[in-house]
Ligand binder design. Sequence first.
Ligand code: BES
Ligand code: ZN
Ligand code: ZN
Length: 508
Amino acid sequence: MRSLVDRREGLSAAADAVVGAVFERSEKDDTFPRSLLKEDESTKGLVRAAWEKKEIRGKPKEITVFHRPDGKGRILIVGLGPVAKFSAETVRWAAAAVVRNLKGKGARTLGFRLPAFVRESLTAEGAARALADGALLGGYEFVRYKTKTEGTVEEMTIHLGDEFGREEAALKKAFGEQAELLDTVLWTRDIANLPADTATPERLAEEARTLGKEFGLKVTVFDEKKLAEMHCGGILAVGGGSVHPPRLIVLEYPGGSKRGRTVAVVGKGITFDSGGISIKPSLNMSHMKFDKSGAVAVLGILRAAATLKVPPRVVGVLCCAENLPSGSAYRPGDVVRTYNGKTIEVLNTDAEGRVVLSDGLGYVVQQYKPDEVIDLATLTGAEVVALGDNTAGLVATDDKLAQGLLAASAVTGEPIWRMPLTDYHRELVKSEIGDVRNSTEIPMAGMLTAAAFLETFVGPTPWAHLDIAGPAYASATTYKYQPPYQNLGATAFGVRLVTRYLIDSARS
Ligand code: BES
Ligand code: ZN
Ligand code: ZN
């Protein structure tokens, strides 16, 4: 979708559909809202009539469509819900609801009247970014395997009008930056949505190489031979059961400022997680094509870092393998030696994410001595049970890093919730015959024992772990409960969040 900023008032420009907004009407004050005066004028009183007949109620996602008597196209009024709850998230919902509503209905161009989405609590810039989020994310669909598709909105314009015409330059910059970031988010979704027959570890390496060429990033791919020389026993064990061999992929973005800090971003890239010998039940096993979402998010974060030229140096690491049962698969009871020399007792081959991450984390900490490490992983079912499928679990050994991520989350609207990591959890992952075990004796606090396991391979470096098992994708049964800017399939959760963190944490 093309995205533009226009000084003019939306109703005087001629888009196929022009969008205004209204808050939920209150029982006490039923007077016709001032925010709809312009729409009312353009429809010669039809909007006021609809208000009086209580057709317009202003509920979230409510859309009322009018046709202009002058034949210049449609006017849409989108509901924003109660004033007291208004935030950037409200605007994302509204823009996404509009784009979805127009799907297959012959509207090619779409204009938003910016003033209708600005309040004291949300600046014009914040509203412009949120409109971009909602429209571009909400308009996304994974269409690669569809032979027929319905027409969608191809162009969105933010109309500043008299109110914000003076801020044109600043708004153009912010909106352009957001549109660029969103282009990366959709690119990330396109890769994360690929099924496992196509998105093999080598294919992810190929995507990384192409990205490197396009944006001037240094890319190194370690194949199975190299991984054996490096003693990456974890990633080799997990990938051992598949004909698609594992890959450790490293991307480096040099950073926008000299002497800046280095942030390592590490992702779990299981291209398919059958559970291996500890095989999963067949119900919903297809979802496990999304078990690479952390690694694919890392690709997205590096792409965003390079296009937006974020200040810190960023090292991305993708730990990619396919977890399948076969004669060459790793087994419960095996003990593997990882990159940094620590050993893992494998008790459950389905707890494979932490096993591949052990090598990636150990490698990046030793080779790059980063100032901070952030990992993203669809790591545990326990995360989904604890927080639901819209929220990621955050475990951090550094308060400043945790606060920075929580602040970024508040801006982007990707919910995260910090969870504790204590000696109790550390005790549960100690192994009697090796250093750590990949599953515990008692099925409790699964998200946190997984984090305790990972911590062994990070050591004292400030570290934040994002368990994105829930929010990484929306399934056919769950996506109706998700925000309307989230369609079926991969969400690219974490890309906007970590990119925002990389930009904002450099300022403070
Ligand atoms: N990939 C799964 C976790 C997962 C579950 C991601 C649901 C997305 C949605 C992970 O590899 C896994 O199977 N974890 C096990 C760990 C257990 C065996 C210790 C789990 O959570 O059950
Ligand atoms: Zn698993
Ligand atoms: Zn997994």
